[in-house]
Design a protein around this ligand. Sequence first.
Ligand code: GLY
Length: 387
Amino acid sequence: MKIVKTFLLVLIAHCTIGQINVKQEFESAAKQYEGMLAAHPDLTKFPQSTNPDGSPRDMKSDWWCSGFFGGSLWYLYEYTHDPKWKEAAERWTMAVEKEQYNTGTHDLGFMLYCPFGNGYRLTQNETYKNIMLTGAKSLATRFNPQVGLIKSWNKFQQKYDYPVIIDNMMNLEFLFWAAKTSGDKSLYNISVTHADNTLKNHFRADNSSYHVICYGPNGEVLAKKTHQGAADESAWARGQAWGLYGYTVMYRETKDPKYLAQAHKIAAFILNNPNLPADKIPYWDYSKPNEERDASAGAITASALFELAQYSTAKQKAYYIQNATKMLETLSSQAFKAQIGQNNHFILMHSTGHKPGNSEVDVPLVYADYYYLEALLRYNQLKKIKK
Ligand code: GLY
């Protein structure tokens, strides 16, 4: 989530920066989201996607995606400095407030840190800080030291009591922030222990990751499964993106080279994958070429690669920036970016939420927009430095 400022100073050399018109992209995103705001007067109905009948699909604040809309509004404010986006971001951020007490989900990083974290970064509003500190404690209740991981779901396939999904790596940035802000080192230690055990158990020899690892009471691996991927042994595209983003953040926060090495390995799996299309936006699963794409996986990957480039040698840096820029160019093209007023006011088309569950297939998704805007901001910083 963090818009990394310091890395921009070292990104100048050997970079190929494409021709994305960031101003124009933010203008059209702003127009889309003006329509989205007008279509969403009720702060308990969070924009999520499109239903099979074409109607808007809204969700409640306890859904894992409730923080993305507020987060995107903060990104619009960050780029435009227009107070109307701040006002809208404030409303949609506070709409998630009660989730700070939610101990029934591991998704509090997404739900709280995307809206409140960006809001706090941009406004220093103390209310946001306190909400997040409570939320981080709620999230930490899902960490069992005996197992050594934060529990993702309370049950999986009716028989596993401690499933952990690769997506869970995305909550650690929130805990690092809370550890720094509160001085509670235990939150830092939870993040490191979770990341270490995920590193040990979630990855295959080719550096792709399983989606779900089911643990026993002492941290023993009972099963390696998928929920949203094509098969237990396949590489679900968004899962690879979460892993890449997660281990890049782990390196930023700890400077432990093993996390950096893992991020590079995941990047290599993605970028060298024979099934990654030339336009660089993956199919929903790397084993399913020519099926539906997942624009969200492309947006998350692009944003992560812009940060990973910061921690890379000149050659790798150029390679990551070139690929991330290509992803952004594709997402900004007519193939993925909706016409103003279409697509239920979401910016991007063609994401896939849960294909095996026949849910959210080839639709807009609120988090694709969020990571697209984040990647655009990261790209924009890069361009500014190059000038
Ligand atoms: N965390 C759920 C997903 O990526 O679909």
